[in-house]
Design a protein around this ligand. Structure first.
Ligand code: XMP
Length: 502
């Protein structure tokens, strides 16, 4: 494997991911642990990540051990400066921080095999190497950074970040290091990932039990499936029907997941709808739903004996956002995507997907042969349809929204670009509108179609849906859903609007 030593860079996981893209297994080790752990790992190469600190402020002797073995080392940014200092070079603060694209000119070196003489690289640093250690040579420079890459035996250092997409040929450089310099074996695969996580979970949980909150989305389904392979009946999946699900959703989740794990489906519809009765305010609705969810989950954790662990489908982007580093089992965090589970539950968390990105998880879902309907699932908010009914939620309005949403979803699946749409759904507005049906005046509700494209949900644009699609959906909704007599199409981006209406 290639070990990435993490010095606190925001890109550490990205480095590991780029190495996995070369089909070579990669693990991350924190720079805070005793690095003699490297001796017990099957290390074929080491990458030192960037980091926010300055190497002249730390005792770099502690890191000498990294260079004592035979494995080649690649230092990126802070990692290169660290090696330079360890071997007697000099690192200094630059007058101005360099941040963004720079034009790099390279010399001949196996690290740059197949890469043009000059290309754009991404820089993000406040320190530079100003004197190289004896026995090393400079292998690339930019106009402002004469020592932009260096080599010393099997050590290579890069001042720029090859792992970010802005760096041209970055992946090629990483591949050169991994295959030409380390000669690492290409053993990484989905199968190996799943097998190793299964072993790891088995070892951690032992004879105890674990529960997993199942939302019906791809992340919790994949995490639960892997845990179920490890623990069998001792993994209890908990799926709560809060009455705010889409049409047939409970049955679909139950049918697909009962075959994979020991699944408990809790019918809490009445309880949620009772608490939501008469509530108009969106944030109040969210709080009530989050609170009820916690109470149900606590009761479940108490009901099942010997439960010590909670399996979560947290992905790498969630880990970065919560500012958490590497670690096997942390005390539960309060901000959870299924509704902020409380600290006092004292469950240890297991997050098998914490190193991965969404597309890697979808690939694992395909490898696990999960149903297509799960793999292609669009994100769905924890508070469900409650935040898609503007204003008061009640069974009649839920039924109307469910039917309209089902029609949109059915038609959307036939669209050529369905996969490129981030979310497409119906929203029920708190408006009455006059209509005429069969010569009779009607006064019914208005429904909006919302469809957005997005990479991460943070920003979004509205999808230019074909007119015949809009026409078909509008006609079907008004004809088939009693209580809706008008359909409108939302054409605002985020910002200034948000994706959900509430
Ligand atoms: P907004 O509406 O903020 O949505 O543009 C961004 C993304 O987050 C989802 N969303 C939620 N997810 N609990 C969730 O788990 C929530 O309360 C919630 N509100 C919005 C939304 O569907 C979109 O993908």
């Amino acid at each position: 494997m290639i070990v990435v030593v993490d010095f606190g860079s925001q890109y550490t996981q990205l480095i590991a991911r780029r190495i996995r893209e070369c089909k070579v297994y990669s693990e991350i080790v924190s720079c805070l642990v005793d690095l003699s752990v490297l001796d017990d790992m099957n290390v074929e190469g080491i990458v030192l990540s960037g980091g926010p600190g300055s190497v002249y402020e730390v005792d770099t002797n502690a890191y000498r051990h990294i260079f004592s073995g035979t494995a080649p080392v690649l230092g990126i940014c802070y990692g290169m400066q660290l090696a330079a200092q360890v071997f007697g070079g000099k690192v200094r603060k630059t007058k101005t921080r360099e941040y963004g694209l720079a034009r790099l000119t390279r010399r001949l070196n196996p690290l740059f095999s197949g890469v043009p003489r000059s290309f754009n690289v991404w820089m993000s640093h406040g320190d530079v190497v100003v004197r190289v250690p004896e026995g090393s040579r400079v292998i690339a420079s930019t106009e402002t950074t004469p020592i932009a890459a260096l080599q010393m035996g099997t050590f290579h250092g890069l001042q720029f970040h090859p792992e970010v997409r802005h760096t041209q040929y970055g992946q090629r450089i990483i591949r050169n290091f991994v295959s030409k310099i380390c000669d690492a074996r290409k053993t990484w695969s989905m199968r190996r990932f799943v097998d190793e996580e299964v072993v790891r979970i088995k070892k951690t949980v032992g004879r105890d039990r674990a529960i997993c909150a199942i939302s019906g989305g791809v992340d919790s389904t994949v995490a639960g499936t892997i845990a179920a392979r490890a623990l069998g009946k001792n993994l209890i999946g908990v799926f709560v029907d809060n009455g705010l699900l889409r049409m047939n959703e409970r049955e679909e989740v139950k049918k697909s997941l009962s075959a994979i794990m020991n699944l408990r489906v809790i019918d809490a519809r009445a309880r949620f709808l009772d608490r939501l009765a008469g509530i108009n305010d969106a944030e109040k609705k969210r709080k009530i739903i989050g609170h009820e969810f916690i109470r149900i989950f606590e009761a479940e954790a108490r009901r099942v004996r010997d439960v010590k662990y909670l399996v979560q489908g947290t992905l790498y982007p969630d880990v970065i956002e919560s500012g958490k580093g590497i670690g096997p089992a942390d005390v539960i965090k309060s901000h959870h995507n299924v509704g902020g589970l409380p600290k006092k539950m004292h469950l240890k968390i297991i997050e098998p997907l914490r190193m991965l990105f969404k597309d890697e998880v979808r690939a694992i879902a395909r490898y696990l042969k999960l149903p297509r309907s799960f793999i292609d699932r669009k994100p769905f908010p924890g508070p469900g349809l409650a935040v898609r009914i503007v204003g008061v939620v009640n069974p009649a309005r839920l039924e109307m929204l469910r039917r309209a949403d089902q029609i949109i979803s059915e038609e959307a699946h036939k669209l050529k670009d369905y996969r490129d749409i981030w979310q497409i759904f119906a929203v029920l507005l708190p408006l009455g509108s006059v209509g005429v049906m069969g010569d009779k005046r009607t006064y019914d509700s208005v429904c909006a179609i919302r469809a957005v494209s997005s990479d991460d949900g943070m920003t979004a644009d509205w999808v230019r849906l074909p007119h015949d699609f809009l026409n078909r959906v509008a006609r079907r909704v008004v004809n088939e859903v009693k209580g809706i007599n008008r359909v409108v199409f939302d054409i605002t981006s985020k910002p200034p609007a948000t994706i959900e209406w509430e």
